[in-house]
Design a binder for this molecule. Structure first.
Ligand code: B16
Ligand code: MG
Length: 217
């Protein structure tokens, strides 16, 4: 039985967290309060709607439904302006090496992201051709830590969930992978992502030999 490899986007393939931060900070400032980089950590892997709910809790702000919807759109317009000029130079180190290794072994690859902007980002950084399936915020009804996004990705790849490997930088994402009965690999701070079955700071620490062992299962 073939293995499938599923990649999260933000924090795994590219560092778009910095652009999300700038856009949320702009909105917070406009609403009259500060939003720090530390607080932005809470937003990793979290849906846009949930991010705005948390932001309003931070600022102790109420919102009508109309305001809420307007601010969601405003934040995304600003975010899109920030990512407009993204290119391959923003791909995180050694991600192309791992994708290329998997491709050469004919291993199916999927994206499993909370972002509704995943496709244009993969196009801008010129990696979209590696992905046999793209499951993102437009395709799921339940956010991570629910396993829906990864289970749908496995289904689209035609691979059993238990034969999938997931790379994630968010706690909620690692939990989602574990809930899907997949092999979870935390990318980032080992102490934060301690629920991952394996942990690496980034892909430069992951050898082709390690990937080969995962493929052989
Ligand atoms: P969008 P991931 C997530 O991406 C980000 O980590 C999170 O900060 C963001 O709010 C979410 O996507 C939604 O993004 O506003 O573009 O739909 O890590 O799941 O790839
Ligand atoms: Mg992420």
């Amino acid at each position: 039985m073939t293995k499938g490899f599923i990649f999260d986007l933000d924090g795994v393939i590219v560092d778009t967290a910095k652009y999300h931060y700038l856009a949320w900070k702009k909105l917070a400032n406009q609403l009259g309060f500060e939003f720090t980089k530390e607080q932005n950590e809470l937003f990793k892997g979290v849906s846009r709607k949930r991010c705005l709910e948390i932001l309003l809790e931070i600022g102790n702000r109420e919102a009508t439904q109309e305001e809420f919807d307007t601010w969601m759109v405003e934040k995304n317009v600003d975010y899109l302006a920030y990512i407009e000029n993204m290119d391959a130079s923003e791909i995180l180190p050694d991600v192309p090496r791992i994708l290329q290794f998997l491709k050469e072994k004919n291993i199916p690859i999927a994206l499993g992201s909370a972002s509704k902007n995943a496709r244009p980002i993969l196009e801008k950084v010129n990696l979209i051709h590696y992905f046999g399936a793209i499951v993102d915020g437009n395709n799921v009804t339940k956010a991570k830590p629910d396993p829906e996004v990864f289970l749908l990705a496995a289904k689209q790849l035609g691979v059993n969930a238990e034969d999938c490997v997931v790379f994630e930088d968010a706690v909620a994402g690692v939990e989602a992978a574990n809930a899907a009965n997949m092999i979870s690999i935390g990318i980032g701070d080992k102490n934060v992502l301690s629920e991952g079955q394996f942990n690496f700071t980034d892909f430069t620490e992951i050898s082709n030999n390690f990937i080969q062992k995962l493929i052989e299962g």
